[in-house]
Write a new protein. Structure first.
Length: 270
């Protein structure tokens, strides 16, 4: 692959990432050992932003794949396509990453079927190879290649979980919603609302997060707080903004909506 094509996967400007603990150093050490890493945590807590930041910091190209249950091994590895000349092989995102020495980020890998997940196994042990069975090629991963997966333990079920044989190929970093002060800074920075407004949004989220397991499957994410702040910054009334971004996406249960709406009006009384 040409230099120009590699460039398209590079992150040119520093992504805004607010560290929450020692995750930057730990990740750097893991990358130094080219160790596969699993990022665990609820949706919208900063996992993807962290990977983008680390790829930028390490100067590596980043190839992200959003995994889903319809995904096949060919979607990752590649397939033969028909064109005028006949059949041509087209590398999938995992193969491209292995060839160019990118960080390959498989987002929500649990969503993929297990027969898809196993294709990453030979890349995660000392062999660092990727067999392209249909093409009859064994790709030796570039020395800078690294595999990163994300995983939401909250969605874990017996049907949908990673096999131990997959899990135990990764070092893991736990992610969670950032501490109050840090999360307030993030909301401010991402949206331009003032510190007081950002602080109120974070307080509302804390109330909702306490309801997790008591009628809510998942708390209000940092991502949703950023949405709320963006609407408020555009001049939307805060109560309406919160209803649209913090309450309605989360639940359809009328009682739970009332509870959350009440939390919103506590902080943004009209
Ligand atoms: N530590 C952080 N530093 C900067 N922004 C963050 C951080 N955590 C969360 N965010 C904000 O929250 C949004 C959602 O985070 P994201 O990384 O997409 O979540 P995840 O991948 O865990 O679902 C980001 O777009 C960003 O605005
Ligand atoms: Mg993500």
């Amino acid at each position: 692959m040409s230099e120009q094509n590699i460039e398209q996967y590079k992150i040119s400007t520093e992504p805004y990432y607010q560290p929450v603990s020692d995750e930057v150093n730990l990740y750097e050490a893991a990358y130094g050992a080219r160790m596969p890493v699993m990022l665990k945590g609820p949706t919208g807590c900063g996992k993807s932003r962290f990977v983008e930041y680390m790829a930028w910091k390490l100067g590596r190209p980043l190839i992200t794949v959003a995994c889903n249950e319809d995904m096949t091994a060919s979607d990752l590895v590649g397939r033969f396509l028909l064109d005028k000349e006949g059949t041509v092989w087209q590398d999938g995102p995992l193969t491209i990453a292995a060839r160019i020495g990118a960080i390959c980020y498989l987002d929500e890998v649990v969503e993929a079927r297990q027969d898809t997940t196993v294709v990453i196994h030979p890349l995660t042990d000392h062999r660092r190879v990727l067999p392209l069975d249909k093409k009859g090629e064994l790709v030796q991963a570039h020395p800078d290649f690294q595999l990163v997966i994300s995983y939401n333990p909250g969605y874990q079920s017996l049907m949908k979980d990673l096999k131990q044989s997959t899990k135990q190929r990764f070092a893991a970093l736990d992610f969670d919603y950032p501490a109050e002060e840090i999360e307030t800074q993030i909301v401010q920075h991402e949206t331009g609302v003032d510190a007081e407004t950002a602080g109120k949004l974070v307080q509302i989220a804390h109330r909702a997060r306490n309801l997790k397991g008591h009628g809510l499957d998942e708390g209000i994410s940092t991502r949703l707080l950023v949405y709320a702040g963006q609407l408020i910054a555009k001049g939307v009334d805060p109560v309406a903004a919160c209803s649209m971004t913090l309450v309605r996406p989360l639940t359809d249960d009328p009682d739970m909506r009332d509870t959350l709406d009440a939390a919103v009006t506590t902080f943004f009384a009209s």
